[in-house]
Design a binder for this molecule. Sequence first.
Ligand code: SF4
Ligand code: SF4
Length: 293
Amino acid sequence: MNIGRKTSLAWVETIIRNFWECSPSNDLHLVNGEKAWDEPHVAIAAGDDPLFAHIKMMTGAFYWTPQEAFTLAFPDISVSARELRVISYVLPQTLATRTDQRKETSMPSERWARSRFYGEQFNCELRLHLASILTESGFPAVAPERLPGFDYRQSEQFGLASNWSERHTAFVAGLGTFGLSDGLITRWGKAVRFGSVITRMDLPITTRPYNDDHQAWCLWYAKGSCGACVLRCPTGAITTADGHNKTACHRYIREVTTPYATETYRTGATPCGLCQTRIPCESHIPQELAPNE
Ligand code: SF4
Ligand code: SF4
């Protein structure tokens, strides 16, 4: 085995990219066979990054650190947090999906609903595929979101919250910062989804270009301007005073967009995502906030 190749970030990126390129699951199930997602991008967080413990402290004791999630999957492997890496990846929505979604004002477009349903099925397969290839190659790996114990609980501070957050993990890994609507603004915008895998492997850690400023790339938080996502929400669930109202958002999704998508598109997922398009951070960091590189 070529150990050098198999411990490189390039190897991990190739596994992810090949699956994105070749898997029949990366498909919106439209007649033209178009892919569910644009090309993925990868970043790496340290398993002992103090931000993970901070997120747990803010969310609640039920939230997993990377070490806790890894140990659930591999109870017989003794590992320190320092030995672990968290591979976080972003799957951007395609231009066609974003273009369709921009035209909508109260319901998700068909492509958006399909990407949320079929695209997330692909994302689940990608998480498991990556974890399985790494494990088979001698680097035990787990996708926390696919663990049987993955669940949603009531957080005193945040209301309904999962015990592993792909968005928060992506923030720690340097992929993006939070916007007024709670979505993560990445270099490829906010119209994206995330996945992650924890592994015992010595991968190079990605530098966070925003240090620890978790709202650095949102115009509202950085400059007091914009607020475009407020106007995109059909149910008033985003305000400049209070940010994202999860309860109102979930109610709209449960009572309005899910029944609509199920009936109209025959997709069973729970989409809305109007606040992720027709905004300055849809497909990139707002220009005036983009880091100089
Ligand atoms: S639309 Fe504007 S206010 Fe809303 S998250 Fe994006 S940059 Fe921030
Ligand atoms: S997902 Fe829909 S309901 Fe929820 S905040 Fe965004 S636009 Fe509003």
